[in-house]
Design a binder for this molecule. Structure first.
Ligand code: GLA
Length: 389
């Protein structure tokens, strides 16, 4: 069965982390850090081209209950993985597994000149892993908040997001852009955020209260470390060079059309996606401000076609999900969200149609693919937080 309209589970995740902490460490935690996952309403594969994105932090998050330690050691338990890790933060040897996100953050913080102190902790999460909802960025940003608490340094959201991106790029080895970490650190409840990924200037855009954001997990998965993502990045950089600019952000559609003959057909399509997607993001932000949900939906449909045909990051299951969703009553538009290749699509739906929509989309998708999808109604939540107990 599909999971739909799940109640906010944040309270439950927080309780689980604090309860488990007391059981394992014999005393209550001193802090609880939280960092949310995200969905991107529109603007994919634009962030690493210095372009525009319109994501929102969601009401699904990573929680870390913790107690600072005086040394450079992290002892962290995950009830979800049934695993306890002992991490020596002074050791710079790269390893494998989820502990690397925490070690990578400690490394990036040290690189920035901060003194890193360890902690004992328990981590819980209700961000689905590998679905395109940024579970790894949420873990990185939650770990950064935990280190800020244990090391008593101030929390600078954008700077911390950049450090988390650096950890992912240089420690974990995934060449992601800034979108996921930045929205996890800076999101605002009830709002999406229009981000200029060159300047990191951000503008909160209120979401219409009668519009539901529905995340459609196709139950297919991708590996972001796979070559396809990095290959797209190189193709974009090559296209920018061939067009004589620093990044594809610097080209408008008119200029692109004049110079497109300098590009081979793959580069031309990659560039066209990025250039048209940037324009769609800005138009979608304006449409949201005007509460024109129908126009936002149309831009999302166009974005999906561009990601499918020009950027080639879709797959059959994502296309089927989007096609089913877009045809249902109350749905204004649907598209891939995040990197693509598998994972989630997103739809915007009239609030009062969302329940029926969720059930129908799940039923029709399962009938078409024999795969059982997960459907999440998501609210826009605030970015990372810390609570002192
Ligand atoms: C992943 C990356 C982001 C972004 C998206 C695609 O989520 O982490 O930086 O590039 O893919 O928009």
């Amino acid at each position: 069965m599909s999971e739909r309209a799940a109640p906010t589970r944040g309270g439950e995740m927080r309780e689980r982390a604090t309860r488990e902490f007391a059981t394992r460490f014999g005393a209550p935690p001193a802090f609880v850090a939280r960092a949310p996952g995200r969905v991107n309403l529109i603007g994919d594969h634009t962030d690493y081209n210095d372009g525009f994105v319109l994501p929102m932090a969601i009401d699904r998050a990573v929680w870390i209950a913790l107690r600072p330690r005086p040394d450079e050691h992290v002892s962290v338990h995950s009830p979800d993985f049934g695993e306890t890790l002992e991490l020596d933060l002074a050791d710079d040897t790269r390893g494998e597994g989820w502990g690397e996100y925490i070690r990578g953050i400690a490394w990036a913080l040290r690189q920035s000149g901060r003194t890193v102190r360890g902690w004992d902790g328990v981590v819980t999460s209700d961000v689905p892993i590998g679905a395109g909802l940024s579970s790894s960025a949420a873990l990185e940003v939650a770990a950064a908040r935990a280190f800020a608490a244990s090391g008593s340094f101030s929390w600078e959201p954008s700077e911390m997001a950049l450090l988390a991106q650096r950890a992912e790029n240089e420690w974990v080895g995934v060449s992601c852009g800034i979108m996921d970490q930045l929205i996890s650190a800076t999101g605002e409840a009830g709002h999406a955020t229009l981000i200029d990924c060159r300047s990191l200037a951000a503008r909160a855009v209120r979401l219409p209260t009668d519009m539901a954001v529905v995340v459609l997990d196709t139950a297919t998965r991708r590996g972001l470390t796979g070559t396809a993502y990095n290959e797209r990045r190189s193709q974009c950089d090559a296209a920018a060079t061939a067009l004589g600019v620093k990044k594809l952000r610097d080209v408008d559609l008119g200029t692109f059309e004049k110079r497109a003959e300098n590009l081979d057909s793959v580069m031309r399509r990659r560039a066209r996606h990025v250039i048209t997607e940037n324009a769609r993001v800005l138009a979608a932000a304006d449409a949201l401000v005007a509460c024109d949900v129908h126009a936002v939906g149309r831009l999302m449909n166009e974005s999906h076609a561009s990601l499918r045909d020009d950027f080639e990051v879709s797959r059959d299951e994502l296309d089927i999900m989007v096609e089913i969703a877009a045809a249902l009553p109350g749905c204004h538009g649907a598209r891939i969200t995040g990197a693509g290749f598998g994972g989630c699509a997103i739809a915007i739906v009239d609030g009062d149609a969302a329940g029926v929509f969720a059930a129908e989309v799940a039923r029709l998708y399962e009938r078409a693919t024999s795969l059982r999808p997960l459907i999440y109604l998501c609210a826009a939540d605030r970015g990372a937080s810390i609570e002192r107990l």
